[in-house]
Design a binder for this molecule. Structure first.
Ligand SMILES: Cc1cc2nc3c(=O)[nH]c(=O)nc-3n(C[C@H](O)[C@H](O)[C@H](O)COP(=O)(O)OP(=O)(O)OC[C@H]3O[C@@H](n4cnc5c(N)ncnc54)[C@H](O)[C@@H]3O)c2cc1C
Length: 414
C-alpha cells in the first residue's frame, strides 16, 4: 500500500476546496486535494445552471487569490438591486444598493466560470497535488495525524484534514458530526433565457401561491433579447412535468408563470434541477480536522450566500493555518481550529437562521402565512432587520479579522 505524506489534505475540488488550496499555496506547505470527478470536468466544468451572486467581499477575496482576473468580462454580470414580491401584489420589498456606499449590491458569475478559474489557478501551483477520479473510502484522525484511505489502496497521512465535500459531506458523517438538516420539500430549476422586457440589472424574487420564481439579470443583451437566469421553485412532484416540456413549451409555460413580467421568452438553455436541503452541523472541527464550504454551512440559495460563506470559511481557516506555518507551530493546533470554528459560526449563523425563517414563511401557502407576509411587506419596513442583514452581508468589504494578505500570484495584477 502506497502512503503519501502531506501537510494538508483537502477532500473535494469544488470551488471552495480549490480556493482553500490556492489560499494556502506559497507558504511552504505540501497540499493534496482529493476529488472523485475526473480532471477534465474540473478544468472545463459543464454549465450547471447556477449563477452565483457574489458579495463585494467575495469579489475582493477572489481577486487576492488570483481568480477574479481569470474571469472574462462577459462572465461577470452586475447585480444592482433586488425586489421581493408576494402573491398577486405588485408592491415589492426593495433591497437596494443605495445607502450602502456601493454602486451595486454585488455581482453574478456562473458557477462553471468560478470553478474553471479556480482550477486554472490551482493547477499552476507546484505545491498543490490533485488526485482526481478517486473516492475517499475511510477517514480517521488522532491527536498527531489525520489519515485518509482512497479506493485505489493509497493512504494519505497529513497534519490537517479539511472536508470540502458538499453539504451531504460523507467525511463529516464519518467523523460522527451530527447535522441539522432542513428539507424544504421543494426542488429548484435553473436555466438561462432571453426575453423582451429589459431587466435593468435588477433581480426579483416572486413568492407566488404554489411557486416561487426568481429572475437574475445577466449581462450583454443578445440578438434575441435580454438575458436572465430563471429560478423556479416547486414541490418535486410538479417539477417532473415541467422538466419534461420541450424548450418551446417550457418558454410558454415560463411566460405564463411569470405573469408577463419578462415579456416574451425566446430561448432557453439546458435546465438543471436541485433538491432544496439546508444543513448546519453541530461542529466545524475536530482533532486535526475541519469542515469548510457547504460541508460547513449548506445555505438555501434564496439569499445567495452559500459560496460567499464558503469563501469566508476559506479566509478564516487559511489565516489560522498560515499564521501557524509562519510561526513554525502546529497548523492544526486545537486552539486554532476552535478559533476558526467560533469565527465562522459567528459569521454565518444569523443569516442562516434568518434565511430559514424567511423561507419557511414564504413557502407556506396556507392563508395565515400569506397574510403575515403581505402585512410584513405592507408595513413597508416589516422586514427591515432581515433586509439590513442581507444588504450589509452583500455589500461590506469584510474588513475585519478574516482578512488575508494578497496571494503572491495576484500581486501586480489589476
Ligand atoms: C441553484 C443554486 C444556486 C446557488 N446560488 C448561489 C449564489 O447565488 N450565491 C452563493 O454564494 N452560493 C450559491 N449557491 C451555493 C453554491 O453553489 C455552493 O455554496 C458552492 O458550490 C459550494 O462549494 P463547495 O466546494 O463547498 O461544494 P461543492 O460545490 O458541492 O463541491 C464538493 C466537491 O466535493 C467532491 N466530493 C464529494 N464527496 C467526495 C468524496 N467522498 N471524495 C472525493 N471528492 C468528493 C464533489 O465531487 C465536488 O467536486 C447556489 C447553489 C445552487 C444549487
Amino acid at each position: 500500500m502506497e502512503t503519501l505524506d502531506t501537510d494538508v489534505t483537502i477532500i473535494g475540488a469544488g470551488p471552495v476546496g480549490l480556493c482553500l488550496a490556492r489560499a494556502l499555496s506559497g507558504a511552504g506547505l505540501d497540499i493534496t486535494v482529493v476529488e472523485r470527478q475526473a480532471e477534465s470536468s474540473l478544468s472545463t466544468p459543464p454549465f450547471d445552471g447556477r449563477e452565483i451572486g457574489l458579495t463585494h467581499r467575495s469579489r475582493a477575496h477572489l481577486q487576492r487569490l488570483g481568480l477574479w482576473q481569470r474571469l472574462a468580462p462577459e462572465d461577470v454580470s452586475l447585480l444592482r438591486d433586488m425586489q421581493v414580491f408576494n402573491g398577486d401584489s405588485l408592491r415589492s420589498m426593495d433591497v437596494s444598493h443605495r445607502g450602502s456606499g456601493r454602486d451595486r449590491l454585488g455581482y453574478l458569475v456562473a458557477n462553471q466560470a468560478i470553478r474553471s478559474a479556480a482550477f486554472a489557478a490551482v493547477r499552476e501551483a507546484d505545491d498543490i497535488r490533485i488526485l482526481d477520479s478517486v473516492r475517499v473510502i475511510a477517514v480517521d484522525s488522532t491527536v498527531d495525524r489525520a489519515r485518509v484511505r482512497l479506493e485505489d489502496g493509497r493512504e494519505l497521512v497529513s497534519k490537517l484534514l479539511v472536508a470540502a465535500d458538499s453539504r451531504f459531506s460523507e467525511t463529516r458523517r464519518a467523523f460522527g458530526i451530527g447535522t441539522r438538516m432542513f428539507d424544504v420539500g421543494r426542488s429548484m430549476l435553473v436555466c438561462r433565457v432571453t426575453h423582451d422586457i429589459p431587466h435593468d440589472d435588477v433581480a426579483w424574487e416572486w413568492f407566488g401561491v404554489g411557486q416561487t420564481l426568481a429572475r437574475l439579470p445577466l449581462g450583454s443583451a443578445q440578438p434575441l433579447g435580454h438575458r436572465s437566469s430563471l429560478v423556479l421553485t416547486l414541490p418535486a412532484r410538479e417539477m417532473g412535468e415541467i422538466q419534461a416540456l420541450d424548450a418551446d413549451r417550457f418558454a410558454r409555460e415560463m411566460e405564463r408563470r411569470s405573469g408577463g413580467r419578462m415579456g416574451g421568452i425566446h430561448s432557453v438553455s439546458e435546465r438543471h434541477v436541485y433538491p432544496l436541503v439546508t444543513t448546519y452541523p453541530q461542529r466545524f472541527s475536530g482533532h486535526r480536522f475541519a469542515l469548510i464550504g457547504d460541508a460547513a454551512v449548506g445555505m438555501h440559495p434564496v439569499t445567495a450566500h452559500g459560496f460567499n460563506f464558503g469563501l469566508m470559511s476559506v479566509q478564516a481557516l487559511a489565516r489560522e493555518i498560515l499564521q501557524a506555518a509562519a510561526a513554525g507551530t502546529d497548523i492544526a493546533a486545537p486552539g486554532r481550529l476552535a478559533r476558526y470554528e467560533r469565527e465562522h459560526r459567528r459569521a454565518t449563523l444569523p443569516l442562516y437562521l434568518a434565511t430559514r425563517g424567511i423561507v419557511g414563511l414564504y413557502t407556506d401557502d396556507r392563508r395565515p402565512a400569506r397574510m403575515v407576509r403581505q402585512a410584513l411587506l405592507r408595513v413597508g419596513d416589516g422586514l427591515a432587520p432581515f433586509k439590513r442583514l442581507l444588504v450589509a452581508s452583500l455589500t461590506s468589504e469584510g474588513i475585519g479579522p478574516a482578512r488575508v494578505p494578497a496571494h503572491p500570484a495576484s500581486r501586480g495584477r489589476a
